[in-house]
Design a protein around this ligand. Structure first.
Ligand SMILES: O=P(O)(O)OC[C@H]1O[C@H](OP(=O)(O)OP(=O)(O)O)[C@H](O)[C@@H]1O
Ligand SMILES: Nc1ncnc2[nH]cnc12
Length: 171
């Protein structure tokens, strides 16, 4: 499947110099969206994970249907201040701006095999923050699954020890 023909690129959004990859055309095509979920679900299955964790908001769009398809647990990773019970929380930077994420403290148990899903990997700030929270709760991150990986952004070496899978790479 040529997924890239379903991604629109917007120059200088939301800030100058950023090439925003808009996934909404892909989501609007039911056949292509389903194929993308099935392809990502195959990867998740191959990693023998029992939990899918997805950061708000675009991580939900992928993580929820994958969890549903595989009948696995879905753990929402939310922007700080949104979850009602005790959380672990962290603050981080992304391609444009700063953010914070939180997970309910009882959402992941020691020994859980966790896949993190998101639409796009840019600086890695979001995924690294999510990894930190999952590991703080004793979960093992057995993979990270994305629709899109931006290879032109320098990410350092933090993700080197993790298995990363994506359906599209932009250079
Ligand atoms: O690799 P990074 O530099 O962290 O960038 C990637 C993250 O940025 C976007 O989310 P955003 O925080 O804009 O939130 P949204 O999904 O709610 O739009 C995107 O959905 C990823 O989560
Ligand atoms: N270039 C980009 N396009 C879409 N979402 C993003 N999140 C972070 N960087 C992004």
């Amino acid at each position: 499947m040529d997924y890239k023909q379903h991604i629109k690129i917007i120059e200088d959004y939301p800030t100058e110099g950023v090439q925003f990859k808009d996934i909404t055309p892909l989501l609007q095509n039911g056949e292509v969206y389903k194929q993308a979920i099935d392809d990502l679900a195959e990867y998740v299955k191959s990693r023998n994970a029992n939990v899918i964790a997805g950061p708000e908001a675009r991580g939900f769009v992928l993580g929820c249907p994958i969890a549903y398809t595989l009948q696995k647990s879905f753990v929402p990773v939310r922007k700080a201040g949104k979850l009602p019970r005790p959380v672990v929380e962290t603050h981080y930077g992304l391609e444009y701006g700063k953010a914070s994420l939180a997970i309910h403290s009882d959402a992941i148990q020691p020994g859980d095999r966790v896949i993190i899903t998101d639409d796009l990997l840019a600086t890695g700030g979001t995924i690294e923050a999510t990894i930190q929270l999952v590991e703080e709760l004793g979960g093992a991150v057995v993979g990270c699954a994305f629709l899109i990986e931006l290879a032109y952004i320098d990410r350092g070496e933090e993700l080197q020890d993790y298995d990363v899978f994506s359906l599209m790479t932009y250079y």
